[in-house]
Design a protein around this ligand. Sequence first.
Ligand SMILES: C[S@@+](CC[C@H](N)C(=O)[O-])C[C@H]1O[C@@H](n2cnc3c(N)ncnc32)[C@H](O)[C@@H]1O
Length: 266
Amino acid sequence: MSGYLHGSDRETSRLFEQAAYLRQWFAPHWTLPDSGTVLEVGCGVGAQTAWLLEQHPALQFHCIDANPDQIEIARTTLQPFVAQGRATIDCLDVVDIAPNHQFDGALFIWVLEHVPDALEALVASGRALKPGAGICCTEVLNSSFHHCPASQPLTHYWEQFNELQRHLGGDPDVGSRLPALLAEAGFREIQVQPVSLFFSDHHPDARREFFSYWSTLLASAAPGLQEAGKIGGAELSEMVAACAELGSRAGSVLSYTAMVASARIQ
Ligand SMILES: C[S@@+](CC[C@H](N)C(=O)[O-])C[C@H]1O[C@@H](n2cnc3c(N)ncnc32)[C@H](O)[C@@H]1O
């Protein structure tokens, strides 16, 4: 596991909020098996998992995450499902999954951007799947981010944010590599769904809400950015102020595209 970009002390609550907010756009594209056990890689605090378990009563989840702090919280979040025998939880790096072809599906949500070798992670997951089982990955494509009118503090912070992720061994554009990575990892029937979000005057409240989410997402990397000397306190405040101003400004625009890819292991 490479260093984790989002290091603020609000990370637990941010992951719960993010899971609840983003699923309106992404969940419709998630492909899961009708029954059996899904391997969820990088479950974080289990926020998305709990919702998925409620939505899919015929599924069980085996959840792994390399971060012991996240896993400890996931154990609490998922305790009712663990008690029902519908969830198991393990503190494990994706590359250490047993290659015993036991799972009926695999799910990655905002995980591959953080791993040093996304191909190795997908190969390891493929070896844990039953032949023909599906995988579904939702990943970032940070170079797609566009905002208008251009804000220098926001642009500068965003550049530093992405540079830090690369420095930590991650890939802020891993979404664009998903089809090639899945093919190289031995997956077939690859389908890619770009999910484009666009906020402007046509829905001012939704725009304000997304700029607010964006500000929180970027601020979650502030401790690491400050430790690496990439930003100071002023740059954080200026980015937050820019997002607040753009969020309520007539004529402002924000667009971002993330990628959802599904495939089957041979
Ligand atoms: C942005 S969080 C996403 C959490 C969750 N999937 C969600 O959508 O709320 C990414 C998670 O991936 C985990 N992670 C990163 N690298 C990993 C690896 N190599 N193996 C397992 N988990 C990893 C991190 O610890 C973190 O909890």
